[in-house]
Write a protein that binds this ligand. Sequence first.
Ligand SMILES: *Cc1c(COP(=O)(O)O)cnc(C)c1O
Length: 210
Amino acid sequence: MACSRDPSEIKLIAVSKTKPAEAVREAYEAGQRAFGENYAQELTHKASALADLADIEWHYIGHLQSNKAKHVAHAAHVVHTLDTPTVARELGKRAGSEGYGNAQRQLPVLVEVNVGAEPQKHGVSPGELEFLLDAVDRQPALKLRGLMTMPPPDLESARHAFMALVSLQTRHGGRNRLPDLSMGMSHDLEIAIACGATMVRVGSAIFGSR
Ligand SMILES: *Cc1c(COP(=O)(O)O)cnc(C)c1O
């Protein structure tokens, strides 16, 4: 590898949005376990179609709204995109109804950060991050795991965004509080890994274009 990272500390999430359940099953049979979905309904549908795959791991990576929290809490094993205290409370409540809520079993969540505070983008702005992290910490059914970001498309801006996410991790409790950084997609994953990603979300490079 071009950078000195231990491959075992980087999880590959195969983003299967818009692809049929059978494509997910094929990837599973080839050894892949973690899959990413953007739409609550599509996630629910595929998770039930593939319910026989006991150790499959569903990652919800789409924008999360309160009215989808129930379905996401039911089907997802990890949520990457919490971005408001209101949604944190709602997801916490719904995860509680799914039986999460003690130290042995909490729903792992990451907070999506809009590192450049770009107006059209989802994600909490850096200035409001601590408040949101505290809101997640107060939900007994949720386990704060880290930070996620969607960078701008060009690679140099993406590198800046990834570095900014790493500094936010450092500033808000480091790897003890925020062990995971979900960053990197098909076109920028090498940069994300060099910057410290622990989860990369790769769609088209695995399943082909959408
Ligand atoms: C679609 C998507 C990806 C994967 O993108 P590719 O360019 O196909 O690798 C990763 N993260 C999120 C949030 C996505 O919506």
